[in-house]
Structures are given as structure tokens and as C-alpha cells.
Design a protein around this ligand. Sequence first.
Ligand code: 5RP
Length: 218
Amino acid sequence: MTQDEMKRNAARAALAFIPANTIVGVGTGSTVNHFIDALGEIKAQIAGAVSSSEQSTARLKALGIPVLDLNTVERFSVYIDGADEINPQRHMIKGGGAALTREKIVAAVAETFICIVDNSKQVDVLGKFPLPVEVIPMAAAYVSRELAKLGGRPVVRENVITDNGNLIIDVHDLQITDPLATEQQINGIVGVVTNGIFAHRCADIVLVGTAEGTQTLK
Ligand SMILES: O=C(CO)[C@H](O)[C@H](O)COP(=O)(O)O
């Protein structure tokens, strides 16, 4: 089975966790694209979607799924999103698609975060995948110097502007042994919008696509 088939199976398994008439929070990425396609098949049974990126919004709208403004929604039941890495504590690195800030905001409003991944994303310690950090453009050099002091190797992602008009710094070679502390520490650097560690708001349920089928971890 290919990696993409495992992603698609995990994405389709998420449909079983969507209550009738609910608003669905939708993440970003290739795994989520499979989920959006599956959501299109049950669009009559949901109240609409809240989206974490312009890319997902366009795909949702193309399938006729209404996209709601998060400011009009107080709370909703499920948020479905992928991850670049996930550890056994269900802490994640996200932001490979540069949508980390909106993803973190939408996830904060959801009751349950369901993470959909193929098994290549499972790690014991976060940090092999370079950690994305969204920064205000004028702060990029300062933030890079501060990130280097933490032991990482910051590289501004070329030709990428986020949906919020900001830059992404990818931090290579960070061993993230305490994700809660590192998430907080990096978010404390002036000029950082947010970083891609999702530890304070980790996943509640993980659907892992494997060659043997999709596993559910809680
Ligand atoms: O955080 C993300 C986007 O900002 C994605 O969830 C993450 O990059 C995983 O992407 P994919 O499903 O394409 O492997």
C-alpha cells in the first residue's frame, strides 16, 4: 500500500467521528484533502465547515460545502487535521503546509482534535522534521538569532508567504524532548506569531493509516 493510500484510509476513517448536523473544523494538507473529498460525500449531513487555510477553503467550496467564519462560531465538536510528526503523547509538529497559525486557532475552538496521519509520521521524539515558526516579516532576522540560541538551525522558507502575510522559519536540528516547554518558550520570542508544536492543544484521537489497516489511538 502506498503512503498516499494510507493517508486516504486514515482520512476516510475520520468520517465515523463526525456527529450529524455538526460544524466540522478542517485542517490543511494532502491528508486533509482526502478528508475534504470524503466530507463532500456526506455534506448534506453536516452544518458546514470552519477552515484553516485558503487552500482548504477553496477545496471545500468547490465541493459545495459551506465555509463559516470562525468569528460566528462559539464552539464546534470536531477538528480534523494532519501532522508532520506525532509522538506517543499525541504532541505534534505541524506547519509543513505553512498553515500552522490558523490551524492552532481553529483547533482551540474545537472540542475534539482528530489527527489523521500515515504511519511515517509517528516518532518517539519530535524534531527530525524542521519545526515551522510563523514570524512577522520585520522580525525574521531577530527571531532567527533567538532560535539559534536554542540550539536549532533556522532557515527562512523560500518563496512562502502565509495566509496571514507572514514568513515561515524552519528550525532544523532541534531535539524537542519537552514539547510543552519548547512550545511556550518559542512563542515567547517577540515577533513570533506561533510555532508548529501542538502540545498545549494536542490531538485527542489519532487515526494512523498502516499497511495492515487504520489504527485508532487515544
Ligand atoms: O500542518 C500541516 C499544514 O500546515 C499539515 O497537517 C502537515 O504538513 C501534514 O501534511 P500532509 O497531510 O500533506 O502530510
